[in-house]
Design a protein around this ligand. Structure first.
Ligand SMILES: Cc1cc2nc3c(=O)[nH]c(=O)nc-3n(C[C@H](O)[C@H](O)[C@H](O)COP(=O)(O)OP(=O)(O)OC[C@H]3O[C@@H](n4cnc5c(N)ncnc54)[C@H](O)[C@@H]3O)c2cc1C
Length: 486
C-alpha cells in the first residue's frame, strides 16, 4: 500500500459521536490544544461533536476519578482538570483525606466461617484503601456541564442521534471524496474524513468497526444489578454516624455490596446497592426499570441493620442491570473509524475506573491526532492508539468483573476470608492508579511515529522501542503488533 504523495491541504474533518465524558473530554482536548499550539488559520483539524440528547447531561449521581485520570486530565490540558476540580465534592478535606478511596467494611452480622481472620462482625473495617494521589467524586451532570463549556458551541450539535455510518470509497484527497458518511435519526447526513465513536456501551460505531455478526459487538449482562438512590446528609448521619456519612464506605456481604459516597459538597450521600442476579440472565430490553421498595429491601434482608436502614430510606428505587463488553479485536478501522471510552471497552463499575479509562483514551488519542500532519497519517495514529490503549482498557473489564465477585464473597480464591479480602483490596487498584501516564503517552507517540513512516500494513515493534514498554501502563499481556494495522 502506498501513501498519496500529495496530502490534502484542507483541515481534516472529524466527527465525534457522543458527548459523554469520553466525547467531551476528547473535544475539549482537541480544541484547547489547537488554540494554544497552532495558528487558528492553519488548523489541522476541524471537528463536530454530535450528541443524541438535546443537551449535554446524564442521569446518575456521583462519579469518581482516581489519580491516573486526574493526571491524564492535567496532561490533556490544565483547564480540563480545573473543570473537574470545580465540581469536586471533597474540596473541603485535607490532601490526606482526599486520598481515601473507600473504607471497606463487613456488611453482614456474621461473616460466617471464613478462613484466616475469618469472622468479622457488622461494621468492622476490612480495608481502608487510599490512592497515592487524589481520588474524588463529582456530580456527573455538573462535570459534563463544565466540560461542555470548554468546547465552542458551534462545534457541537445536540439532538443528533447517529444511526449508521458508511465508509465511502475514494482517496478523499483533492476532491474530498472518500471519508465516512454519518447518518442521523432525523434523516440528515454529514460527511467527515474520520469518525470517533464515543457513543457508549450500545455503540453504533462499535458495530461498524467490528462488523455485523462479530460476537464482541453486543454488550453482555455481567450478572450484577444495582439500586441507586440519593439520601439527604441528615438522614445519612443518623444511620451511619457523622464520620462515616462524610467518607466513602463500602459494606460487603454474601451476594451483594452497598456503597455510600458523599456528594453535592457534603449535602447528600449517593447510595448504590449491588446484588447478584441468581439466574445470571437479563431479558428486558431496557436496562433500567422501576421496582418496588419491598423488592429492593428483601434483597438485602441478610445484611446488617445499618445497611438495611440505609436501603430503607431510598425512595422510588430503580434497578440497573450491569453490562460490559466482550474484548474487541480492534478499536479502529482504516484510519476512518475509531472507538473511545465505553464504546470501546464498557466495563462493570466495580473498580470505579471506567470513566477514568475514557479520559486516558482521550489524552492518548488527542495527542496522537495532534502529531498528524495529513489525513493519510490518521491510520497510523489510530493504530498507535489501539496498540497503546486496548490491553490496558480491556484489562479493566476483566479485573472489574473479578472485583465485583470479590466484593460479594464469590471469588474462588478470596472468598469471605478477611485477610485475603484485605490483601486483595489493598492492591487491586495499583495498576490503575499508579500507571505512568507520561510514559504511556510517550510510548504511544513512538509507535505512531514509526507507523507514520511505514507504509506497510504489517508492522513490527518500532525501532528502539522495547516491545514490553509499549504496554507498561497496565497490560497483562503485550499486544502483538504483528498484523494488520487496520
Ligand atoms: C452505576 C455506575 C457507576 C459508575 N461509577 C463510575 C465511577 O465511579 N468512576 C468511573 O470512572 N466510572 C464509573 N462508571 C462508568 C462510567 O459511567 C462510564 O465508563 C463513562 O460514563 C463512559 O463515558 P462515555 O462517554 O464513554 O459513555 P457514556 O457516558 O455512555 O456517554 C455516551 C454519550 O453518547 C451519546 N450517544 C449514545 N449513542 C449515540 C448515538 N447513536 N448518536 C449520538 N450520541 C449518542 C449518549 O447520549 C451519551 O451522551 C459507572 C457506571 C455505572 C453504570
Amino acid at each position: 500500500m502506498t501513501q498519496d504523495p500529495t496530502p490534502s491541504t484542507q483541515p481534516i474533518s472529524l466527527a465525534i459521536i457522543g458527548g459523554g465524558i469520553a466525547g467531551l473530554t476528547l473535544a475539549a482536548g482537541l480544541h484547547l490544544n489547537s488554540i494554544s499550539k497552532s495558528d487558528p488559520r492553519n488548523k489541522k483539524f476541524v471537528f463536530t461533536l454530535y450528541e443524541a440528547r438535546p443537551y449535554f447531561t446524564e442521569i446518575g449521581a456521583g462519579i469518581g476519578l482516581g489519580p491516573n485520570a486526574q493526571r491524564a486530565m492535567h496532561l490533556l490540558h490544565p483547564d480540563i482538570l480545573a473543570a473537574y476540580k470545580s465540581c469536586e465534592t471533597r474540596d473541603q478535606l485535607s490532601v490526606e483525606e482526599r486520598a481515601r478511596f473507600f473504607c471497606f467494611r463487613v456488611g453482614v452480622d456474621d461473616l460466617g466461617a471464613g478462613k484466616g481472620e475469618g469472622k468479622g462482625k457488622a461494621g468492622d473495617l476490612i480495608a481502608d484503601v487510599r490512592s497515592g494521589g487524589e481520588s474524588s467524586v463529582v456530580h456527573r451532570a455538573k462535570f459534563l456541564g463544565e466540560l461542555s463549556r470548554l468546547v465552542p458551541v458551534e462545534m457541537t450539535r445536540c439532538g443528533k442521534r447517529c444511526v449508521d455510518v458508511e465508509v465511502l470509497e475514494g482517496s478523499g484527497v483533492e476532491d474530498r471524496e472518500g471519508g465516512v458518511l454519518v447518518k442521523f435519526a432525523d434523516g440528515t447526513e454529514a460527511r467527515h474524513d474520520a469518525v470517533v465513536g464515543c457513543d457508549g456501551v450500545r455503540s453504533v460505531i462499535r458495530r461498524a468497526v467490528l462488523g455485523e455478526g462479530d460476537e464482541a459487538v453486543e454488550p453482555v449482562f455481567s450478572g450484577k444489578c444495582c439500586y441507586r438512590g440519593i439520601v439527604g446528609m441528615e438522614k445519612a448521619r443518623v444511620i451511619l454516624g457523622e464520620e462515616m456519612a462524610m467518607e466513602s464506605q463500602m459494606y460487603l456481604g454474601k451476594g451483594g455490596h452497598v456503597l455510600t459516597t458523599p456528594m453535592n459538597q457534603g449535602q447528600a450521600v449517593n447510595v448504590v446497592a449491588y446484588h447478584t442476579k441468581e439466574d445470571g440472565k437479563w431479558e428486558d430490553e431496557t436496562w433500567i426499570k422501576s421496582v418496588t421498595k419491598q423488592e429492593m429491601v428483601a434483597r438485602f434482608a441478610g445484611f446488617s441493620q445499618t445497611v438495611r436502614d440505609l436501603i430503607g430510606v431510598i425512595e422510588k428505587p430503580d434497578l440497573w442491570a450491569m453490562f460490559d463488553h466482550p474484548p474487541a479485536k480492534t478499536y479502529h478501522q482504516q484510519g476512518q473509524l475509531c472507538l473511545l471510552g465505553d464504546s470501546a471497552h464498557a466495563s462493570t463499575p466495580h473498580h470505579g475506573a471506567a470513566a477514568g479509562m475514557a479520559v486516558e483514551d482521550a489524552l492518548v488519542l488527542s495527542k496522537l491526532l495532534g502529531s498528524v500532519e495529513c489525513k493519510e497519517q490518521l491510520r497510523g495514529a489510530f493504530a498507535a492508539y489501539d496498540a497503546a490503549r486496548r490491553p490496558r482498557s480491556q484489562r479493566l473489564v476483566t479485573s472489574s468483573r473479578r472485583t465485583g465477585r470479590v466484593y460479594d464473597f464469590e471469588d474462588e480464591v478470596v472468598g469471605d476470608d478477611m485477610l485475603a479480602l484485605r490483601e486483595y483490596l489493598e492492591h487491586a487498584w495499583d495498576w490503575i492508579w499508579y500507571a505512568d501516564m507520561d510514559k504511556h503517552l510517550e510510548e504511544a507517540m513512538l509507535v505512531c511515529d514509526s507507523l507514520k513512516e511505514s507504509s506497510q500494513p504489517q508492522v513490527s515493534a518500532p525501532k528502539g522501542l522495547d516491545r514490553d514498554l509499549c504496554f507498561s501502563a497496565g497490560a497483562q499481556e503485550p499486544l502483538r503488533l504483528i498484523g494488520s494495522v487496520g
